[in-house]
Design a protein around this ligand. Sequence first.
Ligand code: SF4
Length: 64
Amino acid sequence: MKVVVDRGRCVGMGICESIDSTRFEVGHDGVMTISSERFDEADRAAVEEAVASCPAGSLRIIEG
Ligand code: SF4
């Protein structure tokens, strides 16, 4: 599975980064990048928490 961001909605608040800083990073320009969209089962809980916590609803998980 992988996690993707809707750039049209992301406002760079960095809550995702505060939950999983190994995967999500907001640069000085306010643009959030995902170091690795693909993740395995061991990381599912952290990714799901980031998705649920994003105030803009800009993260989603694609199964498979
Ligand atoms: S928490 Fe949501 S709005 Fe904020 S940087 Fe992450 S994806 Fe973007």
